[in-house]
Design a protein around this ligand. Structure first.
Ligand code: APR
Ligand code: ZN
Ligand code: ZN
Length: 362
């Protein structure tokens, strides 16, 4: 099968013919029908390429936002069968560890970052699969805990986005922050994930949603996602703009959906006393933030993180599918471009140029 392989420190992905392993007892073979290109793919590429320097590092198949159809399963697999449509999850849910039994499976102890990619290249090397997946390929072999079967007629490109952007975004609003009806919300960063934070806020019944992004196309798209107020951070201080519009207090909930420590502080400053700031973006591995301690105490602000939308994939993927089927959640409009596997490098360029909400490999 074909896969795009990233060989650090080279930053261009190269499409190659690779050989898939035989299935292990708990493995599932999936034909990838759609795969979104997320900023985390680019972050991993950059960080890995930099760390590798000239020393080299294991090759990798990137991609962690995908959906497809099961074609074969290992002898011990019980939860899926050939023919099932599945959404891949970059955090597996084993169902049995300390976190899974407490309903906190997005912290499942089997989450291991880059797992074996289950493929061999013509030169004999064995690429890793990003986060145990590696969706930038025609097929993949993954652990059964990393796929969730879904019964739906939604197109695969929409199911793929549930694998990361939709769940991360909608989940941050609904399951991490638990936005209340009538709330005021600000979303800093209106990309593939931020658009879904706004939709989550809208679904929760937020009264007012501020969309903060320097790119006009992103702000326009935000209106469709439920934004009521568009804020251009390059024209004036976004914190001042939000405060001015909220009686000087700030919003009930502010989400940072970029991974920029400075913007995390802006989100914090735009949060009202006793409000909640939610960090959704993945910052650089060595990034830090510094807070003044007394206002934290005096104003009773809550600063929390949201990883994978606090989602419980076995239940919540189905919830998101149902929301999309009922029309409350619009996933389709986030698909800006449908591309081929060999166009993934250009998708990274388009992401950086602010041309797309999501490119999806179909
Ligand atoms: N203020 C507001 N918005 C900004 C700023 C800023 N200072 N700088 C960049 N942005 C906007 C970009 O214009 C873009 O629209 O942030 C958005 C980021 O969106 P994407 O590049 O599409 O990234 P996305 O895939 O949504 O991921 C966002 O969530 O899951 C994490 O790892 C992911 O950290 C990443 C974050
Ligand atoms: Zn992602
Ligand atoms: Zn677990």
């Amino acid at each position: 099968m074909k896969a795009t392989v990233f060989t650090p420190p080279e930053t261009k992905l190269v499409i190659e013919e690779v050989t898939l392993d035989k299935l292990g007892p708990q493995d599932v073979r999936v034909t990838v029908e759609a795969s979104g290109v997320c900023r985390s793919d680019l972050s991993v590429l950059r960080a890995t390429a930099e760390a590798a320097g000239s020393a080299g590092a294991p090759p990798m198949i990137l991609g962690h936002e995908g959906a497809g159809v099961v074609t074969a399963v290992g002898t011990d697999v019980r939860r899926v069968k050939a023919g099932d449509r599945v959404i891949a999850s970059f955090v597996p849910e084993c169902g049995e560890c300390w976190y899974c039994v407490r309903g906190e499976s997005n912290h499942c102890e089997t989450y291991g970052g880059s797992g074996a990619g289950h493929v061999t290249r013509s030169d004999g090397s064995r690429p890793l699969g990003m986060s145990g997946l590696g969706t930038f390929a025609e097929e993949m072999i993954v652990h059964e805990h990393a796929v969730v079967p879904v019964r739906t007629d939604l197109p695969s490109e929409q199911l793929a986005l549930i694998g990361c952007g939709v769940t991360t975004g909608v989940g941050a609003a609904l399951w991490t922050a638990q936005v209340k009806p009538g709330a005021t919300v600000a979303v800093f960063g209106c990309g593939g994930v931020g658009q879904f934070v706004m939709q989550g806020a809208r679904i929760a019944g937020a009264a007012r949603v501020f969309a903060v992004d320097p790119v006009p196309m992103k702000r326009e798209h935000a209106r469709q996602a439920g934004a009521t107020d568009l804020v251009d951070p390059s024209s004036a201080d976004p914190v001042e703009q939000i405060r001015e519009a909220t009686g000087g207090r700030g919003v009930d909930y502010a989400f940072e959906v970029i991974g920029n420590p400075n913007v995390i502080m802006q989100a914090y400053d735009a949060t009202r006393p006793r409000g909640t700031t939610v960090v959704v973006g993945m910052a650089a591995a060595d990034a830090t933030i510094t807070l003044p301690a007394v206002p934290l105490f005096l104003q009773e602000k809550r600063l929390i993180g949201s990883f994978y939308g606090s989602a419980q994939i076995r239940r919540n993927f189905a919830d998101l599918v149902a929301l999309a089927e009922s029309g409350q959640l619009d996933i389709g409009s986030a698909v800006s471009r449908r591309i081929r596997l060999d166009e993934v490098n250009d998708a990274f360029r388009a992401m950086e140029a602010g041309e797309v909400i999501r490119s999806v490999i179909c």
